[in-house]
Design a protein around this ligand. Sequence first.
Ligand SMILES: Nc1ncnc2c1ncn2[C@@H]1O[C@H](COP(=O)(O)OP(=O)(O)OP(=O)(O)O)[C@@H](O)[C@H]1O
Ligand SMILES: [Mg+2]
Length: 267
Amino acid sequence: MSRIPFEQLPADVRQAVVDKTGAVHAARTARGGMNSGIASVLETDSGSVFVKGIRADHPQVGAQRREAAIAPHLPASCPRLYWHLELDGWSLLGYEVVDGRHADYTPGSPDLSLVEAALTELQGVTAPADIEIKDAVRRWAEYAPPGTSHFFGGDALLHTDFAPDNVLIVCGRARLVDWAWPTRGAAWIDPGALALRLMEAGHPVAAAVAFAGRFPSWREAEPEALAAFGAATAALWREIGTGDRTPWKRALLEQAATLARALDGSL
Ligand SMILES: Nc1ncnc2c1ncn2[C@@H]1O[C@H](COP(=O)(O)OP(=O)(O)OP(=O)(O)O)[C@@H](O)[C@H]1O
Ligand SMILES: [Mg+2]
């Protein structure tokens, strides 16, 4: 997507930010991600702030509102949300800056144990009951084989989007950003989602599945549940990748199909 610099926001929107932060002295656009029409680190009178914004008529504005709602419930590995503004056609979130780099998921990367630690922390968090977030059973129902969607149910808080540009590495720690898809469901879903991204980064399927097995939720899951996850993930990426020539989507389509075969024992 095209991302505009902070300076190109409407004047009243920039003023509303200044009302929160004090004067803005510098703005640097962040790399990574797709939907945010603006993603900038600002240097302000009150310190640094990461501002992520989407136009109010964008189809993903609901995701931005979910991200704001879940923020107070996130564990320490996630940056703090300072404020949420909606005006003049924009929805903006102001976050604590994580001055890091995107995680390196390649085999042997020292970042992998940091990602494991952050996900281990998240695995212990129960989804809050009093806010509206996605439910895993409903989210995967149209992709899971008939009669298997109940396996996805649970009360864990799930991130579900482990693209490496949603994991920032700083000071020997992995921080999970981009909570656009917070979901309530079975805890093993996040290790499974991470496994697919490890394959994308070059891990053989057996190594990716073994990494998921570092998490007790995955080890304790019923094999039928993991097979259903594999089939649903493959179906989802078939939908995204079929007829789309974007290389990373084509690759994920193939990798998800391989993961499905590994999880149903047919590989
Ligand atoms: N708190 C933060 N501090 C510094 N940089 C950040 C922070 N959060 C995110 N970023 C950077 O900004 C990029 C985009 O942010 P994010 O992933 O939240 O949005 P996005 O992917 O555009 O959103 P969407 O999920 O709606 O497509 C990230 O890949 C990361 O490089
Ligand atoms: Mg992102």
